[in-house]
Design a binder for this molecule. Sequence first.
Ligand code: NAD
Ligand code: USQ
Length: 392
Amino acid sequence: MKILVLGGDGYLGWPTAMYLANRDHDVTVVDNFARRLWDHEIGASSLIPILSLQERVNLWKDLGKKPINMQVGDITDKAFIDQVFTATQPQAIVHYGEHRSAPFSMLSHRHAVITQVNNVVGTLNILFAMRDIVPEAHLVKLGTMGEYGTPNIDIEEGFIEIHHNGRSDVLPYPKQAGSFYHLSKVHDSNNIMMVCRAWGLRSTDLNQGVVYGVHTEEAALHPGLATRFDYDDVWGTVLNRYCVQAAINHPLTVYGKGGQTRGFLDIRDTLQCVELAIKNPAEMGEYRVFNQFTEQFLVRELAEKVAEAATKLGWDPIIENVTNPRFELEEHYYNAKHTQLMDLGLEPYYLSETLIDGLLATVRDHADQVNRRLLYPGHSWKQGMLEEPEDR
Ligand code: NAD
Ligand code: USQ
């Protein structure tokens, strides 16, 4: 198939591009390197050194692999996106090309606007390009489990049957996102759902949990094919951060009471899920939602798991409950359904299989690169959103 991978320079986009090219698809990656610029603003960088996208694409080809095409430009630029769609005529579009940090989106008015304009306008451009250029293409859109928030009832996959005043209907599951970033995904979901109904487009919204790991079959072919590993307080996700902290004898930073429950998955499962969605497309006019995670953990439980594994390696981890910089419930009910991808054939990798030999071994190899200044949370959501320039 002809597949566009939008955000192909990113943590998930690059491994996805290699995975799909390795399975004989015609892959074109699109990126404007915004993420590398946003890293500079925070003073953060990937723990694992990564080559430029051009170097990775060249290396991939030099290894005798099916070439990955590359288009550099901004998804929020409609003329650019129209040109990419016209030139490539994609049958599937995997859309990772968004801003993905909740803490960044809460830093100030400017950061909230950057996040929502980038994500919502970018997705609108894709939807119009689909309507006008490739109306039969299938959009595989990366959403997030955080769209739902933490309701006191079970979370369904996108829709819930409601009985009200003697009548019933299947309606979109209520969204109670907790950051401007997570809300940008809610706005995307609503826009996509509407155009599937109005224009007959088709889309799968993958409400993904927190992804961990960097090891994939393709990345293992050469160190230069590595994808990024974020551990700072703005871009780093919780499990990455705990592993890095354990490796350099820094306290594992559990935010608040640590009773926050989230869904998690191995990066190899992200690749499987995206492939399953592509192979089993939505019907024309259908908007469907899959909850994409394999295990759920409390964040304090996760810290205990990392500490236990690190102790087996002879390290000396300690866990610290730090003041929570975020707005979020620290104790809550959480039970999210996630059966649809399993029904399509997902065979999950579990954290227990990869924690020591995968994650901890990786951070140990790069421990000398860790910038300790990025480990304690440096940005509070509770002091309100400060205006520039005082906020940084
Ligand atoms: P990432 O920041 O590593 O990659 C995103 C890429 O998109 C970057 O290379 C960036 O430069 C590019 N991009 C952003 N805006 C763009 C624009 N306007 N034009 C062109 N390129 C643009 O993020 P990631 O971790 O790979 O996440 C990919 C997607 O998956 C995001 O949409 C994210 O919200 C979603 N997601 C990620 C996780 C996770 O744990 N990493 C979990 C759930 C959902
Ligand atoms: N947390 C800690 N200690 C830390 C860092 C985080 O306890 O050092 C806690 C947070 O308070 C939060 C939880 O861990 O309760 C998850 O935080 P996170 O930074 O790992 O994840 P989040 O901000 O939700 O965002 C990440 C990705 C985002 C994706 C989302 C999936 O950055 O792109 O959409 O995970 S989900 O969480 O399911 O919405």
